[in-house]
Design a protein around this ligand. Structure first.
Ligand SMILES: *Cc1c(COP(=O)(O)O)cnc(C)c1O
Length: 365
């Protein structure tokens, strides 16, 4: 896919963008995911033309035939990433090629066409450049980018669709959790699982999220902010949250994160934190960790810190673990030192205030 020829993007600027005073007022407190910029990028696919009709245009509803395959069989994938505006006005992305590659890994699993990496990158550059004034400046804020692709073909038979649309929208965001870095309480789902072996757990596809919403709501009913999913077979091994990976940090200077065996989403934050923890001198093991061990280690005080991670919420400490059979607290229920340090370090790299020894940051010029 890498050598596909670059196609030209048509530029259709918004005839009536949001006035700058209204925009700046909205940017003062953007929240998460409900404020959108003026433009979007779309690229169409069909077997005859390949990827074609690429354009940057006003963000607007997308006309869709009611028989469009995505509405019936959920052929849809997405990515989530952020663009950061530095003090010196540099705009930076964090490991964006990893998102391009993961989008294509998801595409293969969902029988969808791969998008050439350079088209993905160009879509990011174009939208960010055009909507640059939408980048929030407040501490901890960024421009959340949502690339996604879905089946548009009007056909009710069951087979991979022939027509798709890739789309990129952008949303200025503050912190994901209203509480900022306060520890979250998690609910362990015993009745529902998110992904099974051989299923789509490693693909970033809407269906995994659809499956997680009811258990997420159960967690919220029980006073928690997030739900933890266990493996589908033994209902014993801790996997991840609906949109974040998990890390367990022990007193003896080691850490565990569940292994990528196909039921867990390979988070780019997860991968970055494995490397950062190793540089901190921790021994990181990617190995299965059971709910019973989690409970026992927390009670004994062997488990000292616990956090979830992902692009949206960065590094989020876990305060307590709750379920039908009770509750246990992690450490003293507060934010662990290492958790805070990793969060600060990662944000520092992303915001250009800390060294970037791995070359993870890609500056937009
Ligand atoms: C996106 C996602 C993550 C986090 O991935 P990052 O690349 O770190 O943002 C974790 N779990 C699930 C299920 C996800 O969809």
């Amino acid at each position: 896919m890498a050598d596909a020829p670059m196609i030209d993007f048509a530029h259709l600027p918004h005839p009536a963008p949001v006035p700058s005073a209204t925009r700046d007022q909205a940017l003062a407190d953007p929240g998460f995911g409900s404020l959108f910029t003026d433009h979007m990028v779309t690229i169409a696919f069909d077997p005859e033309h390949g990827w074609h009709d690429a354009k940057l245009c006003p963000r607007a509803p997308i006309p869709l035939d009611p028989a469009a395959a995505v509405l019936h069989y959920a052929q849809e994938i997405f990515e989530g990433m952020k663009a950061y505006r530095w003090e010196d006005e540099t705009v930076a992305l964090f490991r964006p090629l990893e998102n391009a590659r993961r989008l294509n890994a998801s595409a293969r699993r969902m029988a969808m066409p791969e998008l050439p990496e350079e088209l993905f990158m160009e879509s990011l550059r174009l939208l960010i450049e055009t909507d640059r004034d939408w980048m929030p400046t407040a501490e901890g804020s960024s421009l959340y980018l949502r690339p996604f692709m879905f089946a548009t073909e009007a056909f009710l038979g069951v087979r991979p669709a022939r027509e798709y649309l890739y789309c990129l929208i952008a949303s200025p965001v503050g912190s994901y959790f209203k509480s900022g870095v306060k520890p979250v309480d998690v609910w362990v789902s015993r009745d529902h699982t998110r992904a099974a072996p051989g299923g789509t757990g490693a693909a970033k596809t809407g269906g995994n999220y659809a499956a997680s919403l009811n258990p997420l709501a159960v967690g919220v009913e029980n006073g928690c902010q997030q739900t933890v999913f266990l493996d589908a077979i033994e209902k014993k091994w801790v996997e991840e949250l609906s949109g974040m990976n998990l890390f367990f940090v022990f007193k003896d200077g080691s850490a565990i994160t569940p292994p990528l065996t196909g039921t867990i989403l390979p988070g780019i934050t997860r991968d970055s934190l494995i490397q950062m923890l190793r540089e901190e001198g921790l021994q990181v093991r990617e190995e299965p960790y059971s709910i019973d061990q989690w409970h026992a280690d927390a009670e004994k005080g062997d488990l000292v810190e616990n956090f979830a991670c992902g692009t949206a919420a960065v590094v989020t400490p876990i305060g307590s673990v709750n379920g039908p059979d009770g509750k246990f607290v992690i450490g003293d229920g507060g934010t662990g030192q290492l958790t805070q340090k990793l969060r600060d370090q990662l944000l520092g790299i992303q915001m250009g205030t800390a060294p970037d020894p791995h070359g993870w940051v890609v500056k937009l010029d």
